[in-house]
Structures are given as C-alpha cells and as structure tokens.
Design a protein. Structure first.
Length: 283
C-alpha cells in the first residue's frame, strides 16, 4: 500500500507544481496578468513550497526526476522507488498541462486569432511557451544569444544549486539548517532565486518532468514542431540531460565532500548528526 502512497504523493505534488507554475505563465502570456520576472519566479517558488507541504506525508515530495535520482545516488532513497517516483512525476505533469489546456483553450485560440498565429508554425512559440521551454527565452529579446552548450550548462548549474540546497536544508549533519517544518519554504525561495537569474537564458526548467510532459502535451495538442523546434534533440540535451547531470554532480559533491566535512566538524565539537532538536540539546 505504501507504494500507492508514493505514487499519489509525487503525482499530486507535481500536478500542483506544474499547474500553478505553468498557469502563471499562461495568464501572463494571454492576459498580461503578471509583470516582471520576479513575480513569475515567486509563483514557481510558492508552488513548490505548497506542493511539498501538501504531499510530503505521502511521499518524499521530490516532484522532479532529477531530484529523485540525486536522492538515490546520495543514499537517501532506495533505488527500488525510482521508477515509481518518476512515473508519478511525469504523469502528474502531463495531467496538469491537460487541465490548464481545458481551462484556457478558448483564450489561447482567441489570442492566436487576434495575433495571426497559426498553431504549429514557428510563430506559435508565442503560445506554446505556456507549456514548453526555450533557449533563449522568447521574452528575452533579440540581443540575447545562447548556444545549446550554454543552455545545457545553465540547466545543469541551476539544478546543481537546487539539489545542493535541498540536501543542505534537510541533512541532519547541518546544524545550521532551518527547522524541518520550514525547509519547504527555503526550498521554494531557492527555486525563486534560481529562476530570477537563469530564466532569461533557458526559462530555468531544472526538472525533466516539468518540461517534457507539458511539451509532449503541446506537441499532441497541435503545436507540433513549435513544441520541439529544430534541432529537436537539443531540447532533450538541455532540459532533460542538463538537469540530470547537474543533479548527479550535486549528489556526489554533497555526499562525498560536504556531508563528510560537516560530520567531521560536528565530531570535533561533540555534535551529532541526529535531529536538529537533539543537536541543540547537546551543544
């Protein structure tokens, strides 16, 4: 039965994340409801915070295949759970994309008619961006140029930082971490900061499920090659492989270098790697 709970948690949590995050993009594109990058970044940060709080009693609330892989490699989750977690994450994301399309389909169609956009043509990126991510971001302007390699490194670095902070904010050896009840807030703030800096370059996906599932939905919903622009393999390299490489590197960096260093530091000052409350009782 606990296997079902894992699936429920990751499905619901990823649905919440993608529904609110991509929903914020949708209302910005269609109605100009939000102004400025920080507003959108903050909504993504709040979405991940709420998703973690809502589901972490069911699963570990990873909401991201790259994070789940990092948890396995960092010794924080059994490898036997990985496929189940990933399946739930990709499924939750595509259901969220479908829900958004049902809600906004009439508005999207009207927007395309008013602006002379033919869905599936290159210009339909203007609405495909609700679901899909691009490098550089279509809103970044003509003066920003970025290669596939640059975009790959941006996504890898952003995910590296995100996973590092997740590990640091939840590791028992880090006596400077916040109370466990507040960890989701700081994870959300971390995501907000990363998006605020990296989104003009790649839209800061950092999550293969968040990108690939809505993108596949957009492809099937008529955007076609606009959802997978040439070279199509570049999308996989940047938005799937990039986050995975960044997460793997972060997991090894933290588990092999940072965690042992914190453990040694705690031993030198007679601290333990138990709960924060236990550590504070034994300074």
């Amino acid at each position: 039965m606990k296997h079902v709970f894992d699936f429920y948690g990751e499905f619901i949590g990823t649905f919440i994340l993608v529904f609110f995050g991509c929903g914020a993009v949708a209302v910005t594109v269609l109605f100009s409801s939000h102004v400025g990058l920080f507003q959108l970044a903050s909504i993504w940060g709040l979405a991940v915070t709420l998703a973690i709080y809502a589901t972490r009693n069911l699963s570990c609330a990873h909401l991201n295949p790259a994070v789940s892989l990092a948890m396995v490699l960092g010794g924080r989750m059994s490898a036997s759970k990985l496929i189940r977690y990933m399946l739930a994450q990709f499924t939750g994301a595509i259901f969220a994309a479908f829900a958004l399309y049902i809600i906004f389909s009439s508005s999207i169609t009207y927007f395309e008619q008013v602006h002379g956009i033919v869905r599936g043509e290159p210009g339909s990126v203007a609405t495909a961006v609700i679901f899909s991510q691009y490098y550089p971001s279509p809103s970044a302007g003509q003066f920003l140029q970025i290669t596939m390699l640059n975009a790959f490194l941006v996504e890898a670095l952003g995910t590296f930082i995100l996973v590092f902070m997740i590990f640091a904010l939840t590791d028992g050896c880090n006596i400077g971490r916040p109370d466990d009840k507040l960890a989701p807030v700081f994870i959300g703030l971390t995501l907000t900061m990363i998006i605020s800096i990296l989104a003009p370059l790649t839209m800061a996906g950092l999550n293969p499920a968040r990108d690939l599932s809505p993108r596949l939905f957009a492809y099937l919903a008529g955007w076609g090659n606009a959802a997978f622009p040439e070279p199509a393999y570049g999308i996989i390299i940047v938005y799937v492989l990039g986050p995975i490489i960044g997460a793997v590197a972060s997991a090894f960096f933290f588990s092999k270098l940072i965690q042992p260093a914190m453990t040694q530091k705690n031993l030198e000052v007679s601290c333990s790697c138990g709960s924060r409350e236990e550590i504070m009782k034994n300074p």
